[in-house]
Design a protein around this ligand. Sequence first.
Ligand SMILES: NC(=O)c1ccc[n+]([C@@H]2O[C@H](COP(=O)([O-])OP(=O)(O)OC[C@H]3O[C@@H](n4cnc5c(N)ncnc54)[C@H](OP(=O)(O)O)[C@@H]3O)[C@@H](O)[C@H]2O)c1
Length: 322
Amino acid sequence: MTEIPTETLVTVFGGSGFLGRHVVRALARAGYRIRPAVRRPDLAVHLQPLGRVGQIHAVQANLRYPASVQAAVRDADVVINLVGVLFERGKQGFEAVQAEGAHTVAQAAAAVGARLIHVSAIGADPDSPALYARSKAAGEAEVLGTVPDATIFRPSIIFGPEDDFFNRFAALARISPFLPLIGGGGTKFQPVFVGDVAQAIARTTGGQAKGGTIYELGGPEVKTFKELMEYVLAVTERKRLLLPLPFGLARLQAYLLQLLPTPLLTPDQVELLRTDNVVSAAAIAEGRTIDALGIAPSALEAIVPSYLWRFRKAGQFRGRVA
Ligand SMILES: NC(=O)c1ccc[n+]([C@@H]2O[C@H](COP(=O)([O-])OP(=O)(O)OC[C@H]3O[C@@H](n4cnc5c(N)ncnc54)[C@H](OP(=O)(O)O)[C@@H]3O)[C@@H](O)[C@H]2O)c1
């Protein structure tokens, strides 16, 4: 893509995360000035090579500290909030980060007259049994209540080289004789490629999406949890037992697993798995999908084998090294 240098300044909260680095790369390619706003700028040096000299300048910000958020959006034309947490730790609670934090960003964006792009998640629902999903819904309400023409994206699970989902289960298959099918494995997902989500956000930064709208982002395939586990095993060429684990039992296990420094599973995540994670019929009917932004989403098969091959047994790799 030809780079079009622009004076537009984009503040990206959560720019150092999995989706963040792909968003920063897509914005850099489009020529924007980018200000990743991160808790530890010293840990965001990997973003620097994604742009030309001086194009990317990280600053310190924590959504739980409004003054740092206000400083990070100074002079920004567009503000993107990618911040989210998968589990709670100390002051990093779902409400504090995903609801109150979203409000803090929206208020700061409104104060400087910047456009706002906010990333939520499919399943965001004030009535969800999962606190994660309720706090995402509260965050959306805070965003649209403060900046009515904000654009919100709700992705299904996001896949890509550094993802949490496929890498986690491929790593588990390496050491465990079985993979758990939580709730029987019937929950449906519509995995979407991180590069496509980043592209959707970059296009919205350029004004190509509707304001005051919630887009739901899914890939071309809907698969059950069981089918995704079968896919992980096929790609990594491993034979493992797929063990159905009723929700109640999974919840009990999750009470223990959540105590790990990086929890393998939490009771709240088990609750999330009770609901399908796919683009809704309403979003399709109303054109609030990734296709509406002119993006043909990538299939799992085109991307996942390129990074899961390393989980095969030593010496088994027979593919191409890109
Ligand atoms: N990955 C998925 O499958 C998926 C699916 C649906 C929706 N989403 C949503 O997409 C967004 C990005 O997800 P991701 O997968 O890229 O997550 P990630 O890799 O965990 O990135 C989250 C980012 O948020 C930052 N952050 C956390 N707490 C913060 C705070 N108090 N103040 C400032 N920054 C803070 C993290 O920075 P630190 O390094 O400082 O912690 C990190 O840069 C999230 O909103 C997530 O809920 C993701």
